[in-house]
Design a protein around this ligand. Sequence first.
Ligand code: HEC
Length: 418
Amino acid sequence: MRPILALLALPVLAYGLSRQQHTPPDRPAPVKRTGDPTFSADIAPMFRQKCLSCHVESGHAPFPLVTYTDVMKRASLVRTIAMIRSMPPTHMHSDFGTIALQEALTDEEVVTIQEWVRLGTPEGPKIELPPPAPVWSLGEPDLVLKLPKPKPVKAEGLAYWRAYTLPSGAALGRRIRAVDVRPLAPKAVRHVLVAQDAVGQLARRDRSGAGIDTYGSLRPYLGDPTNLNILATWAPGYPPWFPRMASAEVTAKDLAVQVLYQPTGKPEDAGIEIALYFTTEPPSKARWVSRTRTDFLIPPEGTPTLTETVEIEEDSLLFGLYPEARLFCSQIVVDLILPEGGRKIALGIYKWNPIWIGSYLFPTPIGLPKGSRLRAEFTYDNGKHSGRNEGRTPVPVKFGNGADREMMGIAYLIGTVG
Ligand code: HEC
């Protein structure tokens, strides 16, 4: 319970900037309440804004929270998760705007939910249900690539990673302005990374197209470890990639697609569709600047902290970032330290959960003045109650791939100004 309580102590943050960029125009503003809360006037508009990116029929979450009956049936569970702030699952904060599609519940909203349940979940006047979201939020893609031969998602067991090689096909040589991802079984897919297989390493391992197990990072397959060639990352509840940035060019014959699957209790379709949007604009100068640590040992009961700093040598822009850690990591904080000494949080994940990896693209690029530093601090916990140990006696944990290993990786998508 400790991390959840720590979260409660955080200030509730809401930034107008990002809202403008990410909120589809048809979302109604929550109505200011005058009398007792009802589903129609208070709960439905709030949930539409903060829950329905996942809790719709055939969405990423296990059940919908769309209609009055949907919410009323689960009212007391909803009240509990609202009070401990475990949903929406944004255990993440940035001083530079909301990176996910939805923000955390405000104190006022939590009180409204409590009050609504206490009053016996009154419905209020019947309202129209929100229209279903379009399949592709950016409109019809120029090209949709599909994983060639994925094996069904396992029915049982822990979440697991698979990496596939996917021929770039008609995308080869094209410039991309946006990438979107659609898992065919939305409840069974928690994270997707799309990169260019620059050196053909993955293609050699995955000749059949059925994918290979990769517990750890895709980094060893992506060529130059300091420039990762990532085209996009995707996670439920986050907007598609690259929509506001200059383009990236597809130069590799194959793409590398890494997927984090979550068994749901029955075999599921492991298929992924990747939508590409082309452009003829000149390619951007953005590149992935990456740092990784392999020299660590986390002793039993230890809670060490690892840091890595990138110095910014010319005025630049930070578009997004990609942290990598596994089961023993407890917290990731990335600070922007300004030349004159001010500190801003670029990304703070106060309760790292390897199942809830996000897709961290800033709503507007962050200015990185010459002389500033990006400092990533990863904290680990090898205590008896930490995620992987589940009560067993902790053993020393080293860097590497596998369930008993850890990693520390951070990659920044940095562009030049102008
Ligand atoms: C980004 C996707 C996403 C958003 C947004 C989201 N949820 Fe969830 N929700 C999930 C998933 C996935 C689960 C299943 C549990 C898990 O994987 O952590 C879940 C589980 C739940 C549960 C069940 C928890 C339990 O212990 O069984 C409740 C209740 C819930 N969500 C309510 C909400 C409410 C209320 C909101 C908005 C205020 C919300 N969720 C926003 C994805 C989401």
